[in-house]
Each structure stands twice: as C-alpha cells, then as structure tokens.
Ligand binder design. Structure first.
Ligand code: FAD
Length: 470
C-alpha cells in the first residue's frame, strides 16, 4: 500500500495545518514523522527549556494521533538521510511539509527536495498569514519599514483556518521509534513550563480573548500582569505556541477579529484588537526581513552600523545575564528569563536597551543569550527585536532614543510587584525607592549598586553612534 509522509517541524498541530491538510487530501494514508535534527537541538542556539517544551508538545501530538489510530514516527539524524530511508520503508510517494523561512531551514529543505526529487516534495505556506514575496512595494521590492508593511498586509485578503478530513496511516510495518528523554538531547531544563500542545494553546487563546484582549491597548506594557505571576495577563503569552506551531496564525487572527466584530464591542475593544493584530504583523514583518535579508542573522541590517565599536567587557555581560546590574527592573527581567524561559515584551526592550545602549555591548551577545533561554526563542523575532532596540535594524528605533531604566520601571511596574517577585533582596524596600534603591538613606544589603551611571552611559553611546554616522 502506498502512502504519503507529513514531516512535522514547527507546526505541531493537527488543526489548520496547511501541509497536513494537503497530505490528508491526497487520499493516501498519511505517515506523520518528526525528526530530531542534531543541527538544531545540539546547535549553539539550542535551549534546554525550548527542547523541553518541544518534547511536551510532541507527546501531546502523539496522543492526538493515537486517538486517530496512528502514531508519530520518531527519527534522529540528518533529514535527507532519514527521509530517504523512511520514504522507502513506508512506500511513500510524496513528502509534505510547511515552508520555514530561516536560512538554515531553506537550505535544508532545498537539499531534501534535490535528494528526493522535487516532483515528490510538496511544500506549503503555513507559518505566516502572508508568506514572503506577498507583501511588497508596487515595484516588487521588500518593504523594510513596518508601517507601510502593515498597511499592505492589512489590505491583502485573509485565509481562514481549515482542517481537512483524511486518513492517517496505522503505521503497521513502519517502525515508530520512541520519543527521547530530555537528557538524551542535551542539558535538562528544570523549569516549570506552560502546558504544551494545541489544546493548551487554544485554551490560552480563548482565555486571553475573553478576558484580556479588550484591554490590551491600555495594559500591554504592564510587566507584572502575567500568567507566570498568576495575575490577569496584559499580553497573551502565546509566543511559545506560535513559535512551535501549536497554534496557527490564522486561528489567532480569526479569534481576535471575532472579538472585535462582536456587536457589543466598543471603541476600546476594537482599538485593542487592532493593536494586538499589529503585534502579529510584527511577527510576519521580521520573518519577511529574515527571508529577504538573511545577512541580519550575523550583521547589522544597516551596514554602516557594522563599524560600531562595541565594548569588550565579559564581566559586565555576566552581571547583566545574572540579573545583577543594580537596576531593579533590568535584574527582575533577566532573572525572569532564566527562571521561567520567558520575558514580557516591554522587559525585553528594557534589558536589550540596557545591554546595547548603557553597556555598549554587542547586540549579538544578548541575542544569543535570549536564544539559549527563551521557550519562544525565534530567529526572526529575536533578531528583529535586538536589532530594533540596538538601533542597527530595519525601521530602527532612532539611535538617540535610549530607554531610561528607572522611568521605564515606574511606568511598567508601578507598584513594584514584578521587581519584588524576581528580586527578593528588594522585597522589603518601600515603594518610593524600589525603582532606584541606591537613593535610600541606607541602601538594601546584598543588592549591588548600579553598575553604571545611566546619564553618562547615554552620552557615551550617543558619541559612539554619532562617530559611525558621520
Ligand atoms: C529583544 C527582543 C527579543 C525578542 N525575542 C523574541 C523571540 O525570540 N520570539 C518571539 O516570539 N518574540 C520575541 N520578541 C517579541 C516579543 O517580545 C514577544 O513576541 C512577546 O513578548 C511575546 O509575548 P506574548 O505572546 O504575550 O505577546 P502578545 O503581545 O500577546 O503578542 C501576540 C503575538 O505577536 C507576536 N509578537 C508580539 N510582539 C512582537 C514583536 N515585537 N516582534 C515579533 N513578534 C511579536 C508574538 O508571536 C506574540 O505571541 C522579542 C522582542 C524583543 C524586544
């Protein structure tokens, strides 16, 4: 009996999965496979917590497939070799997968297509609402500034979620393999991670849509409001699910639009929905940037900034990474990253600004540190976020806009709940001093004094940027 293969990568769901839909609609039984590619989980950008979240997601997928009379074929190794053998073992006539736009994924997928024969390989767009090449200028060039990109993106007709009906292979005669233990894949994460899988993703989306989306515009910068801290969330915390495709962009978009279009939705709700959809567009924007300008992974988007003289100060980088800078909001956020595998968006901007603008340390150091810790660590969004904050990227924050860690702290953690949670040394500091404890008559013991004077650091950075610009 012939079959087709669906190769799961960062699309760990059975609903609204474009390539899986196409495979199911081929009429042949579908063999679902996941390959542990050492280039990814053993690479220098791998993260123990992301691997743990992936494994939990695969377990969920496995049980969903078992309910459909199938299973998940697990393989380890270089995808070309693995897939060639599996096509033979399962008598498969075609291989289906969803396109991925990072340079590594594109070259891997090209090699797979060449090895198996392009006529047997079907790649679908799924990761984004509008794939690279669809959101362009009138002259067919990539849009490198966010606002026009978003305008064009919003104009394009949207695709709705869809789940095909078809058959999965019962895997008789195909060795399934077992899911590895985390320790077989590298360092083990001991963090308490959010529940993985598409059911958990949908539950989180529904909860966010029902309870918090309507106030997103007003509340999204409040860093203490997070499910990790058992507070009503200010943002959706869906990024880990979108990262590994436990939720599709179409599902997220459709849910938000439905809330915005409810008869009772007032102006505040509609504005919040619009703002949240803008965030989904940022995700698309950075994926397009990475696709059209793959050099951003190693160099500045704007080549003039390759000449910036970043400082070399490993001990300062270590203090930043450990959450021991003496600036409470920076330290709380850096500790949140290590303790939970996630960080609030506003906090990401504050710590990235502190590393690149206060310490004048290379954004690539921070980007790599984030990739090693984030459960949502994503090459496109992470690179975009770092280059935006460093001022070296597309549509960059002007280089002279430098986050002040104290005033930011007062705005996004007004009563200090976030700081008190992650920086226990400051738990008893009165509110008026919490954002700048060095101003206390007797500063708290066991907590460092600020490692740098923000005002002086600001001048140094402005001078460094001006030197390059002139
Ligand atoms: C320095 C830095 C590094 C970042 N690294 C990553 C990363 O590795 N992975 C990642 O998914 N996001 C990254 N972001 C973007 C953003 O911080 C996270 O997507 C967001 O905090 C996730 O929380 P949420 O799901 O509650 O977001 P929400 O505010 O609920 O937004 C909904 C979704 O939109 C997308 N999104 C939101 N903001 C952005 C943005 N600025 N850029 C791209 N997509 C966005 C995410 O998929 C997010 O889940 C980074 C931002 C900065 C400043």
């Amino acid at each position: 009996m012939t079959a087709v293969i669906h190769w799961f990568r960062r699309d760990l769901r059975l609903h609204d999965n474009s390539a899986l839909n196409a495979a199911l609609e081929s009429g042949l039984p579908v063999v679902p496979v996941f390959i542990f590619d050492p280039a990814i989980y053993r690479g220098e950008r791998a993260s123990a917590s992301r691997t743990a979240f992936l494994l939990a997601g695969l377990r969920h997928l496995q049980s969903e497939l078992a309910r459909r009379g199938s299973g998940l074929v697990i393989r380890h190794g270089e995808p070309v070799t693995v897939l060639r053998a599996l096509m033979e073992q399962s008598a498969a006539t075609a291989l289906y997968f969803n396109a991925d736009y990072s340079p590594y994924a594109r070259s891997r997928d090209r090699r797979v297509a060449e090895a198996l024969g392009v006529e047997r390989v079907r790649s679908e767009h799924d990761l984004l609402m509008h794939p690279p090449g669809m959101v362009m200028t009138g002259e067919g060039k990539p849009l490198t500034v966010f606002t026009p990109f978003k305008r064009r993106w919003l104009e394009l007709p949207k695709v709705l979620p869809r789940t095909a009906i078809g058959r999965f292979h019962d895997l008789g005669g195909v060795a399934q393999g077992v899911l590895p233990e985390a320790r077989e894949l590298g360092p083990v994460s001991l963090l308490a991670l959010p529940a993985a899988g598409e059911a958990a993703a949908m539950a989180r989306l529904e909860r966010f849509a029902q309870t918090s989306l309507g106030e997103y515009k007003e509340r999204r910068d409040l860093v203490f409001a997070q499910p990790w801290l058992e507070q009503a969330e200010s943002t959706s915390a869906l990024s880990p699910y979108l990262r590994l495709g436990m939720l599709s962009i179409r599902q997220a978009y459709e849910m938000a639009m439905a809330i915005g279009q409810q008869a009772e939705a007032g102006a505040q709700v509609r504005a919040s929905v619009e703002t949240w959809i803008s965030e989904l567009v940022w995700r698309e924007f950075y994926n397009h940037i990475l696709y059209h300008f793959p050099h951003v992974l190693t160099r500045s988007f704007r080549s003039e900034y390759d000449a910036l003289e970043w400082r070399h100060a490993p001990e300062e980088f270590a203090a930043w990474a450990a959450g021991m800078t003496g600036y409470p909001i920076v330290d709380a956020a850096m500790r949140q990253l290590v303790q939970t595998g996630w960080m609030h968006n506003r906090a990401r901007m504050i710590v990235a600004s502190f590393l690149t603008k206060d310490l004048l340390l290379d954004w690539r150091l921070g980007e790599l540190h984030f990739m090693r810790h984030l459960i949502d660590g994503d090459p496109a969004a992470n690179n975009g976020g770092w280059q935006w904050t460093a001022g070296t990227g597309t549509d960059a924050q002007p280089y002279f806009r430098i986050f002040n860690p104290v005033s930011q702290s007062r705005k996004c953690d007004p009563d200090g709940r976030y700081i008190r949670h992650f920086v226990p040394e400051l738990r008893d500091v009165p509110e008026q001093y919490l954002h700048a404890p060095w101003e206390m008559p007797i500063p708290p013991r066991g907590y460092p004094r600020p490692m740098i004077d923000h005002a002086l650091a600001r001048e140094r950075t402005l001078a460094a940027f001006q030197a390059v610009r002139s």
